[in-house]
Design a binder for this molecule. Structure first.
Ligand code: SF4
Ligand code: SF4
Length: 383
């Protein structure tokens, strides 16, 4: 689609959203920005970065800013299943508030167990009320793997003693869009790791509605907020890979954008943590980096307001945004080699690229790794 046509389409959607009643008249994004000590310039800088992350031209920046401004028109329900709450923490607990986390202060969060005051009957009533009042209009975000089974009652939640699975199914029924936040909700996560005593599974396995997966352990706040903004802008599903992850965030391997890639290509590997190569920022493949098998944008987006990311701080990627990474990515500090694997869902495994075209690519990588390992041993016998 032509950029100008897309611009008009997105503008018209945002105008329609802007005409919907505000869910809280007291709130405005400009007021919130000021209260938190940001300037309009900071906000527009953030909108520019988001525009580029969503793979839109820079001229779309005002639209992304407007999408953030109308974010309060869409009510959001956030459910917790079996998890550590790390995904919520990723968004809410940054040392200094970011504009990403500020967006979550601004949106109309109708239900979120970690931060709401209500509990027991009142909490359950609030959830039922929100689902009824905003039927067909609310965005559903679910965090955590979902224990399920005919006769099992793991994760019994709330005053009515419903299972988490039932809550998730009911909330999915009338949601305008459904996002599985984090690897547990996207793929089962650590809860589903062998022997999986609670029969935990992905949200997409318990609902027949389309689910967009935003995996990561945890996903970065930018990926969570970017997913929300994308829906506000387009009102439709983004382009997805074979694991239903948005391609704008998960379309490339960690390895493709890694700052140590030159070291990998030169056959310069850390052999053990603390060695001379580690001090010189050599490639971490041989000490277990799963970057060649993992699709995510951590190398570009980073964490903690863009300060750093695991490889930059000297530890390899653990493959946290891939299905079954707890079981299938092997021992954390050992290289995976060129072992192909399959997922519990019968998929292609992460050795396929996001859009099924890159099995050859990873094979080349595997061959490359073998070749580089040999070169490395010759070039740097003690490193
Ligand atoms: S193997 Fe890991 S550390 Fe090495 S270049 Fe790839 S992503 Fe970076
Ligand atoms: S670098 Fe790898 S393990 Fe770390 S957050 Fe990104 S995908 Fe997950």
């Amino acid at each position: 689609m032509e950029n100008s046509t897309l611009f008009k389409q997105l503008s018209s959607r945002l105008d329609k959203l802007a005409n919907l009643p505000k869910l809280d008249d007291e709130k405005s994004i400009s007021k919130l920005i000021e209260e938190k000590g940001f300037s309009r310039r900071d906000f527009m800088g953030w909108a520019g970065a988001m525009t580029s992350m969503l793979m839109l031209p820079a001229s779309f920046t005002p639209l992304v800013a407007k999408a953030a401004e109308v974010a309060d028109r869409l009510p959001l329900v956030w459910l917790h299943m079996a998890e550590c709450t790390g995904c919520s923490e990723s968004l809410l607990r940054s040392a200094t508030p970011t504009i990403d986390s500020l967006i979550f202060d601004y949106i109309s969060l109708e239900y979120h167990e970690t931060i709401m005051a209500a509990s027991g009957w009142q909490a359950e009533h609030n959830l039922e009320h929100a689902m009824e009042k905003y039927k067909g209009k609310y965005i559903l975000m679910v965090e955590g793997g979902i224990p399920h089974g005919e006769s099992d009652f793991y994760l019994t939640v709330g005053a009515h003693g419903k299972t988490g699975e039932k809550h998730a199914i009911e909330a999915s029924e009338n949601a305008a869009a459904i996002f599985a936040i984090g690897t547990c909700s996207s793929f089962g996560g650590v809860q589903a790791a062998a022997p999986n005593p609670t029969n935990a599974t992905a949200l997409s396995n318990v609902t027949n509605k389309p689910v967009i997966n935003v995996p990561g352990c945890p996903p970065s706040e930018s990926n969570i907020v970017g997913t929300l903004l994308h829906f506000i802008l387009y009102g439709t599903l983004p382009a997805l890979d074979v694991y239903n992850r948005p391609k704008w965030a998960y379309g490339l391997r960690i390895h493709d954008n890694c700052e140590r890639r030159g070291r990998f290509d030169a056959g310069e590997f850390v052999q053990q943590f603390g060695d001379a190569g580690a001090k010189d920022a050599y490639c971490l493949y041989k000490v277990g980096c799963k970057g060649p098998y993992t699709f995510n944008n951590c190398a570009r987006q980073k964490f903690n307001q863009g300060t750093s990311w695991p490889v930059q701080s000297g530890h390899g990627c653990m493959g946290c945004s891939e299905p079954d990474f707890w079981d299938k990515m092997g021992i954390v500090h050992e290289p995976l080699g060129n072992r192909l694997y399959h997922t519990a869902f019968g998929g292609l495994g992460s050795d396929a690229t996001a859009d099924k075209i890159g099995v050859g690519l990873i094979t080349v990588t595997a061959v490359g790794i073998a070749a580089h390992a040999a070169i490395s041993a010759i070039k740097n016998p003690k490193v």
